[in-house]
Every structure is written in C-alpha cells, then in structure tokens.
Design a protein. Structure first.
Lengths: 604, 415
C-alpha cells in the first residue's frame, strides 16, 4: 500500500443522544463510501453483538476505515470510531473520543437537545474535538430543524446554521455530511519520526491471535517485530501484526504511523494487560510521557450471581472467565451463600453492564441464573481505624465495630420539559437527591442538576424517570465521590432464619418501607407449606416488618377414578417438579423467582 | 386364578351437571328440566328417537368389545363389575341386562361378584330396578349429592330430594341390600349447617355405603365460568366439612376406608378398592381405562375412533387377540408398561388413598425389597412432619396427612 498522506486522514466519531440516529448515520456513511453494497448491509453494521442490535445500543466501541473520494478530487481515509452509547461506559467513551480529532453531533430534528446530547458533546469539547452538528430525522412530520439549530447555538454555543439536514434512515443528505467531515474535521497531527505513542481505546480477545489492541497513533510508527510496552500496566510484547478495520474484519498492513487508527496483535493473552486508555510505546525507544487521561476502571455496581442449578457452578465459572477475556471491566470472585450455594460476587460498570453480562451468560452460555439485589460499593470505617470497601452486604461488620459508613454519590443532569419539573423533583427528593440547580434551555425545557446517592439510581430510577415524565425526561450522571450516610443492613428472616442472599444495605430512613415491601413480595412468592412461615425484615436484630405465609390447609384430590391414575400421577409429578426449582432454607422451600422478585419492589 | 374387575362406561346423561368435566354427553333438551318437576315424568320418555338410536348403537359396540376381547381375559376370575358414567340408569330397559348377560356368558363371573350400577334418581323406573335385580346386579350407587333442592339446582342436578327418596325406597322394597349414596360438600353457597342436614337425612335412610366428595371446581365447566356468582366455602370450611363427615358418619356406624368413601362393616366397595390396591381391571366403552399385569391403557375417547377400534377387533377375530394388543400399542391408547420404579410409586400413592395405608409385607411380596429400604428417608421425613404414620405393617396418612395428601403422595415419586 502506498504511503498515506497524513493530511488526508480524518479520525472522527459520532455523538448523539440515544435513539437520535447515530448508528444509522454510521451505516449510511459506510454504505455511501462503497465499502458495502446495500444488499450486504445489515442494519447498523457497527453494532456487532446480537444484544446490541436488539437493544439498539452500542456496547463496545466499533471502528471502521473507509475511503472517500471527495469533491476536491482527493481520496480521503476516514476512521469512524463508534462509541458506546451509555453512561455505564463513560470512560470508554472518553478514550474513544481521545482517539478522534473531530466529532459529528447528531441531533434529532423533532426532539432537539437531550441530556446525553449535552453530556456527550461536552465530553467531545473537553477532548478538544472539532464538533459540527447535523440535524437528523428531518423527514419526521414533527421535525423542526430551525428550532433545533437555534437550540444548538444557544445551548451548546457551536455554529449550526449550515448544519446538514439529513435523514439517515432514508439516506438523505449523506453526501453533505461526508464533505463536511473533510472540511470541518482537522487532519491528525504528530510525526512518524517521533517515538511511538499510541492510545489504546479498546481491545478484543481473539482465540487465535490473542488480544487485538485498537489504537490511535499519536506519534511514531509501529510494525511487525516492534517491541512494545504498555506504559500503565507495564506489559511488554513483540508485535505480530498491524492493520486497520474493514467493516466486520481486520485487514493487515505493513505499518501504522502517526495519525492513523488501527490495530495490533502481539500474542497478548489477557485484555487486562491492554487497559483502555493506556499508552503503547516502543520498548527500545520510549516516548517521554504517557498520554493523559488513563484511569483504572472500577466496578460501580455489584451483585451475586448463582447458577439456578448448583451443579452448573463450573459452567458459570468458565463462562465468566471467557467473558472476562474480552471485558476488562467485569470483575468477579467466588463467594458462598447459605441460601444460594456456590456463586460469584460480580462487579460491573453499571446496571446496564450487569444486565448485558447476565443476558449473555443466559443466552450464549445457556445458564439459568439467580441474581441478588445489585448494590454499590460502600465504605465502612471501623472503630479500629480500618476501612473496608463493602461489596457484599453479608460482610458488613457488627454495628458496634462501625464508626461510620460512606456511600457513592453522583452528579446527575436531568433534561425535562417544564411541565414535568414538579414530578421529577419529587422523584429526586424521594431518592434522597440534593438539589443543585435548574437551568432553562429554552422556555419549555430545563436542565435539573441533582446530587444523588448511586444506590438510589442503580436500578429502577431510569424507569421511574420515564414514567413520571411520560418518556420526556433524559438523564446522565457521573460519579462525584463518597459521602457519609446513615446506612443500615436490612436482613430478611424466613421462618426465623436469616437469608443471606436477601440482605441489602439501605438508608436508615427507607429501611422500614423497603422491609415492608420485601415481606409483602416474599409472601406472594413463597408457596404455602405444611406449617406457618413468618417472614420478617430486621435491622440490627430488631424486627421492623412481618408477614406470614399461612400453613397449607388443603391439598387433596377428593375424587379420583381408576382411569384418572395417569392424570393423577402427572399432577403429583408437577407438584414434585415444582419443588426441585426451590431453594431450601432450613425447612422452607423458596422458589428461585423469590430472589429475583425482590429486585422489583417498585413494580405496581 | 387371578382376579379381574370390569368397568363399563356409559357416557350419556340427561344433561351435564354444571360442575362435571367427565366424559359424558347430554341427551335431552334443556327445557325439560323445569317441566319435569310438575309432570313427575321420567326423563327417559323425552329422549328423542334419534338419540335412542345412538344409545342403542353404543350399547351394541360395548357388547362387541366385551365379547370380542373376552379371549384375552380367559385366565381371570371376574370379582366385580361396575357400570358407571355418565348415567347408566339412563339406558333403556334391556340394555343393562344385555351387557351383564354378555359378561356372564363370556367371562368367569364369580358367584359372589359385586355388580354395581350407578343411577341418577330421575332416570330410574321400578321396571329398571326389577331388571337389575333379575340380571344379578347386587349393588346400587345413587347420585344424590345434596338433600337440599336449592343446592341441587345450583349445581345443575336434574332431580330433587323427593325423587331420590322414592327411588331409594323402591329399591329397598324390591330387596336391594347394598346401596351407596353419593353426597357432595363444598357446594356453592353451602354452609356447614346445610351440609350437616344432608348428612343427617342420608344417614337416616341407613345406606350401606356413602361416598362423600368435596366439589372440585374444574376449569372449563359452566360452574367455573359462573363462580363469581357464588360464595364457595374457604379451604378452612371445606376441611371442617370433611372433618364433620368423618365424625358424624362414624357416630352413625360408618368407617372411612378411603379418602372419600365410608361404609358399614362388610360393605366397602370391592370394585373401588381394586384401583387403589392395583388389582387387574379392564374398562369397556368410550375412554375407559384398564390395567392388567402392570400395563395401563385407555380406550379412545373419540366415538369414531372407538368404533373403528371395536370393529377392527371383529375383522381380526380369527387371528386371536394379538391384533387387539397391537392396536393398543398405537398412540391413541396411551399404552404404558409400568417399570418397577413406576409400580412402586403407584403402590405408594394409590395405596395411601386407603385409610388402612400400605402394607410393608405387600410391598415386599410385590417387589422383593422392603418399603423402608426403598422409601425410608421419605417416610422418616413425612412422619416427622406429622402427615404420615407407621403402623404394625406399613404406613398410612395421618388426619393432617389426608388434608395435604397430594403433597404426601408426591414425595413417593422418584426423581
């Protein structure tokens, strides 16, 4: 391949609020540049995982290189880096942005700016990217491009009057976007002659090649045989292959040099060694300093995952191992629960990440899982001066040994139309939110800022937000830090036995309410036994709520005919089969579903 | 010589009771029900010619089935015959004696065989009762269900208490010495006192046997559809009625020998016990079930298929019974050869319906291994839970165990 003129490279990404058409635009760009015929196009080429297609979100960053023949007669290389679209993956997004020189901001012509539009565009501007807007979905009857243009200028402060008006779905206005990429996004800087300095923005594990590192070369060059070093993790390796990204395939090439986006393989066994955000340099001729912005990614949300069938514990372990190969942000360690047997305490970036892993385990590895209530990491300061990072409520020390506890708090931004400000503020209040400010974007829309405890938003907050704003509110957050809080452990006792898998940490003021709801829910879930079963919620040994599952009064077939014997046996078999799916806690049999149902306490 | 019991299914009724989900068809027009009370006529008179022809044709089919399969059962001695339904007493005069006659001529019917016919009071005439006596029927089972006319009409019974009483008295007068009366508890809007009154009136007649069932509300029945219109007894009340049945009937000289069956000494229903004790029995007629030598099968429940099957036996008459057995291997017979494990399970869950429970010796005789060796852990657990008790030679349900017998029985199924 001929040497690539650095001035003809454009490295960019597309930023948008969810559903504003980011992935569809990416597809159109790829299609337009002739890389794939329409027939070969599967919708949303860049969303590879089945799960991503289904949910319509991008989970892992995807990258594609395309060749564009511009109107100026030159051939340009576009590296389009598709970033994850969810707040759980904010750090990955920031690294992907750092690999770009510019960004296309997609805004829905009907909906205008949303919370994630702002969050993502600010993120892009923070990385000094040149951002230009396009107005998408102009074919919608409710499209109002002029209003949206003004909104972009007023709120974000970037020029929007000449923004391309497009319909990615119908392929309208795509040429204009491509020309704008050439004109408005700068060519990459850096020099091939400087020492190698490359940013890792993603990596995937391949069973044959080992880890495939996705990187953007800021300085220098790399080719087969280069000895490299990952500056943060310290891992070293010898490059086996370098190349760039075709749609859905890796295309090897001789060399990557400053300004280029591509991949390298070096027989690396574990994605842990190639952390996102780390800097790759030449072992023999290292660069002076790593690129800024590297962070060790920490799990924010933890839960216990157990195989429904205890015998499949080894399968769960193998499955987690395999997923971990590709997902450095997944953490797990074995744990044992009295109620659920052998399983794992797993750490995730957020609830979406958790759900994705759970679904992949169930679908791709055919595992039936019992999951405990997700929780955040609490800091427990003990009276003896020790501090514990608590991921499993069962490990909470005795209250007499606790000096104080802290919980993670996030800064949240909620974009909402003014008519719903009341209900949303009330929701935040209920979730122990601390009001920060209200900014009016325009007459009818406001940006609410709150500080909220993370554990109040990890599961149903988003749903509650949607339902209280009839779907109009949008939401984004980032971790702010830890704050002291009055937290207690809520224990559930079934037939006077504590069920460890049902314990969780809750703010002292909500303990009673949550305890009551838990008991009610469990009462519905636990079938009648031969004896009466008390269900109790307790804090520090004190019972705060109670329900009773009455003893089974009657379970008898009055009339039974000779001919009904086969039918009768089926009935008995069904009864017995039902028991097998139960967890035995003392003398009580609890259906697996009971453990899951308590996660959904707010379902009406 | 081994014993055999014979069941004959007559799937016709005047009309279907509102709670009924058995295999039976109504043969009379709906409006007849209200007229009848004033006319005092038997429903049988109102069966149309067309329906009568269908009934005749069905009886002929059963005759054929009885006759043509007889060679299969040559080695057995028939110890009981039970005509059930449906409503066997709906059959026209001559039909029942014809069926019994076929059995008598083709099978080895024991001298002392128990021969029962089920009856609905409003389909019985003195002439039919005389016919029954003459053909050797020695036990009657009358479906009364309740002594309260309002309750009867709520569940869609065609008769009232008065017509039952007349049938009962006529039967006694003619010399029937073994009569069962069916009663039901847990009826819609029934209170405990109402049910007690039914028990009082029934025991006052001194039948030899009483079957007392709780109503089970089955889906896809009219009563189920209308369930909101009534107050049904709670589980607690239902169990109270059950307890009352046991206590009251005991005080009148009836002992409970099966979950829902009570008898004076010497009058337990022999046919009924065969099912629970896993004796050999063969069912004739539409959808009738059989078990011989640990093989279970069920006749087709579809009239056309049943007819084809019976006619087929005709064609292969020359080639012996092999063709019949081959036919039963087909899907529509749900033929099942019970494994040793399945036999053990049945031994336990069927045997436990009997108040005497299951015998350890009988278990050993049947399977060559001990009951405790096979089920020791389960028995220990259930005894600990107070639902099962050990006695001299085996186990049986406790009082509490009867209430939750499905649970207890399910524990004897192997994983």
């Amino acid at each position: 391949m001929a040497a690539i003129d650095q001035s003809r490279i454009r490295n960019f990404c597309i930023v948008a609020h969810i559903d504003h058409g980011k992935s569809t635009l990416a597809d159109r760009i790829i299609e337009k540049t002739g890389l794939l015929t329409s027939r070969e196009m599967q919708d949303q080429v860049l969303d590879n995982m089945e799960l991503e297609r289904e949910r319509g979100i991008t989970i892992k960053a995807q990258t594609v290189r395309i060749v564009y023949n511009a109107k100026d007669g030159n051939e340009y290389i576009f590296n389009l880096i598709d970033t994850p679209g969810h707040v759980d993956f904010n750090y990955e997004v920031s690294r992907a942005l750092a690999a770009c020189d510019g960004a296309i901001l997609v805004v829905d012509a009907a909906q205008g700016i949303e919370a994630q539009t702002l969050a993502n565009v600010y993120l892009a501007l923070d990385h000094d990217l040149d951002v230009f807007p396009v107005i998408n979905k102009i074919d919608l009857p409710s499209a109002d491009p002029e209003r949206v243009k003004n909104e972009i200028e007023d709120v974000i402060g970037i020029e929007a009057q000449d923004a391309p008006l497009i319909s990615a779905k119908n392929g309208l206005g795509i040429d204009e976007v491509l020309e704008a990429v050439v004109e408005k996004i700068p060519a990459p800087g850096g020099s091939p002659d400087n020492p190698l300095q490359a940013l890792i923005f993603d990596s995937v594990y391949d069973p044959y090649k080992g880890v495939i590192v996705f990187c953007r070369l800021m300085e220098g060059r790399v080719s087969k045989g280069t000895s490299i070093k990952m500056m943060a993790t310290g891992a070293t390796a010898e490059v086996v292959e370098v190349g760039y990204f075709g749609p859905g395939q890796f295309i090897p090439c001789d060399e990557l040099s400053a300004g280029m986006v591509g991949y390298l393989t070096a027989s690396i066994k574990n994605v842990k060694d190639t952390a996102v955000g780390d800097t790759v340099t030449d072992l023999n001729r290292p660069c002076a300093a790593p690129l800024p912005g590297y962070k060790k990614v920490n799990s924010m949300v933890y839960c216990g995952m157990y195989p429904a069938d205890g015998a499949r514990y080894p399968d769960l372990r193998d499955a987690l191992e395999k997923l971990k190969l590709n997902d450095a942000s997944l953490n797990y360690e074995p744990e044992t629960s009295v109620a659920l047997g052998f399983g794992f305490r797993c750490g995730f970036l957020g609830l979406l990440h958790l759900e994705i892993i759970q679904e992949r385990l169930e679908r791709e590895y055919n595992l039936d899982l019992v999951t405990t209530a997700p929780g955040v990491i609490y800091r427990v300061h003990k009276t003896d001066g020790e501090t514990i990072e608590l991921t499993n409520p069962s490990n909470l020390p005795d209250p007499s040994q606790i000096a104080c506890m802290e919980e993670p708090v996030v800064s949240a931004e909620i974009m909402v139309t003014t008519e719903f400000i009341g209900p949303i503020m009330q929701l935040c209040q209920e979730r122990r939110g601390r009001y920060v400010s209200t900014e009016y974007i325009e007459a009818s829309r406001a940006l609410l800022k709150y500080e909220l405890p993370l554990n109040e938003i990890i599961y149903d907050f988003f749903d509650a937000l949607k339902s209280r704003s009839r779907g109009y509110a949008s939401f984004d957050y980032e971790l702010k830090g830890y704050e002291e809080s009055r937290l207690v452990k809520l224990d559930i006792l079934i037939n006077h036995e504590e069920v460890d898998a049902l314990s969780f940490i809750v703010h002292a003021d909500s303990a009673y309410e949550r305890g009551r709801k838990m008991c009610e829910k469990l009462k519905e879930e636990i079938p009648r036994h031969l004896f009466e079963i008390p269900i109790q919620a307790a804090v520090g040994g004190k019972i705060i709520a109670r329900e009773t599952v009455k003893a089974m009064r009657k379970d008898v077939l009055a009339k039974c005919y000779g001919g009904d014997i086969t039918r009768k046996k089926k009935l008995l078999e069904k009864q017995k089969e039902g028991k097998k799916r139960m967890r035995q806690i003392g003398s009580v049999e609890i259906p697996q579903s009971a453990f899951m149902s308590v996660l959904k306490l707010d379902d009406k | 010589m081994e014993n055999l019991s014979i069941y004959i299914h007559i799937p016709f009724c005047v009309r279907k009771c509102l709670y009924c989900d058995f295999l039976s068809f109504p043969v009379c027009e709906e409006e007849d029900a209200s007229e009848k009370k004033y006319l005092g006529k038997s429903y049988v008179n109102q069966i149309t010619d067309k329906t009568a022809a269908q009934i005749d044709s069905y009886v002929n089919l059963i005759q054929k089935e009885i006759t043509r399969t007889a060679p299969e059962y040559e080695k057995y001695r028939v110890i009981s015959v039970f005509l059930g339904g449906g409503t066997p007493s709906l059959l026209p005069v001559g039909a029942v004696s014809g069926l019994i006659g076929s059995i008598r001529s083709r099978y080895r019917l024991a001298e002392d065989a128990e021969i029962t016919v089920e009856m609905n009071p409003d389909t019985v005439t003195e002439e039919k009762l005389r016919e029954y006596i003459t053909c050797g029927i020695n036990r009657l089972s009358i479906g009364l269900q309740s002594a309260d006319d309002a309750e009867l009409s709520r569940i869609g019974r065609i008769h009232d208490y008065g017509s039952f009483e007349r049938v009962y008295e006529t039967a006694r007068r003619l010399g029937f010495g073994n009569i069962n009366i069916d009663v039901m508890s847990a009826l819609p809007d029934q209170r405990i006192a109402d049910y007690e009154r039914t028990l009082r009136r029934v025991t006052a007649l001194s039948p030899e046997h009483i079957s007392a069932y709780s109503l089970t509300l089955e889906e896809n029945t009219p009563l189920y559809e209308r369930r909101e219109a009534f107050r049904f007894p709670t589980d607690e009340e239902e169990r109270e009625m059950y307890a009352l049945t046991g206590e009251y009937l005991a005080s009148c000289g009836y002992h409970r020998y099966e979950i829902s069956n009570y008898a004076r000494d010497g009058y337990e229903c022999r046919h009924n016990k065969v099912y629970w004790q896993r004796g050999n029995y063969v069912g004739f007629g539409l959808g009738a079930s059989s078990m011989t030598e640990n093989v279970r099968w069920t006749n087709p429940a579809h009239m056309g298929k049943y007819r084809d099957y019976v006619e087929e036996i005709g064609h292969s008459a020359g080639s012996g019974s092999g063709a019949v057995i081959r036919e039963r291997e087909t899907e529509s017979f749900a033929l099942q050869r019970l494994t040793a494990a399945e036999q053990m399970e049945e031994f336990m869950f069927l045997g436990l319906r009997m108040m005497g429970g299951v015998s350890g010796q009988a278990f050993r005789d049947a399977f060559g291994t001990g009951m405790e060796e096979t089920y020791g852990g389960v028995i220990e657990k259930l005894c600990g839970q107070g639902v099962l008790m050990r006695d001299r030679d085996g186990v049986r349900l406790t009082k509490r165990g009867i209430d939750v017998s499905n649970y207890v029985m399910s524990q004897f199924l192997f994983d």
